[in-house]
Write a protein that binds this ligand. Structure first.
Ligand SMILES: [Zn+2]
Length: 234
């Protein structure tokens, strides 16, 4: 039986480069898809713009209400102190109305401060987002063509490596290839380990003598009893 240690080593080398290239491509793709957050920022800006309009309108309504209440209180005070109301029952009623109107006025005036702050905050947030978005769009317009070019060239490199992988795995027996693929996944890209003086160089465990001599004979695939990797003699 022909040992495929060297073939597997070549395959592992190709896989290492292939994994790195795929990661690079993923990175570029996610940057392209994310478009430097521009769609997200645009949406947030739209929300902030709507919030600013709403808060400004709320503030304007409060100001109008406050002015109206102030006028009402003044009008009622004129009636109370102007001497036009002589009937006691009517005077009491007007006084009560004035008390209520004053309370409403106070509440409206208290609400004015926070409403102004909220409107200002919204305005500032909108301005900040507009600036950020403009900066991102500027950066993006210069980086996007470069990224697209990179994406094309890395995709081509991945294709070449995929072809190399297919070629390198062609002569590997299928059960060995299956084991190799499983190990590659489980052992994070390193499925093969060299053995030197009876020691697995991946996990540094000394092989039992029987396994070591099987490996030397080279008539079957030997795996490390500890880390499970496919062993090849140095
Ligand atoms: Zn090992």
């Amino acid at each position: 039986m022909q040992l495929s240690g060297d073939l597997l080593l070549t395959l592992q080398e190709v896989d290492k480069r292939l994994t790195a290239k795929k990661q690079e491509l993923d990175q570029i793709t996610s940057e392209l898809e994310g478009q430097a957050e521009i769609p997200v920022l645009t949406e947030r800006l739209e929300e902030e713009r709507e919030a600013a309009i709403e808060r400004r309108a709320h503030l304007a309504r409060l100001e109008v209400d406050t002015d109206a209440l102030r006028e009402r209180v003044e009008g009622l005070e004129e009636r109370i102190y102007g001497g036009t109301v002589t009937n006691l029952r009517e005077l009491t009623a007007v006084e009560e109305e004035q008390t209520n109107a004053r309370r409403e006025l106070m509440q409206a005036e208290e609400a004015l401060g926070p409403a102004r702050l909220a409107a200002e905050d919204s305005e500032r947030a909108r301005e900040d987002l507009t600036t950020t978005l403009a900066e991102r769009e500027k950066t993006w317009s210069s980086s996007a063509p470069k990224l697209r070019k990179q994406s094309r060239s890395v995709t081509a490199e991945v294709d070449v490596l995929e072809a190399e992988r297919a070629e390198a795995s062609e002569s590997v027996p299928s059960e060995e290839l299956t084991l190799y693929d499983q190990l590659l996944y489980r052992r994070h890209g390193i499925a093969i380990a060299r053995v030197e003086r009876g020691v697995c160089l991946a996990c540094h465990i000394t092989l039992p003598l029987k396994e070591a001599s099987r490996l030397r004979r080279g008539d079957a695939l030997v795996t490390c009893g500890n880390c499970g990797r496919i062993l090849i003699p140095s």
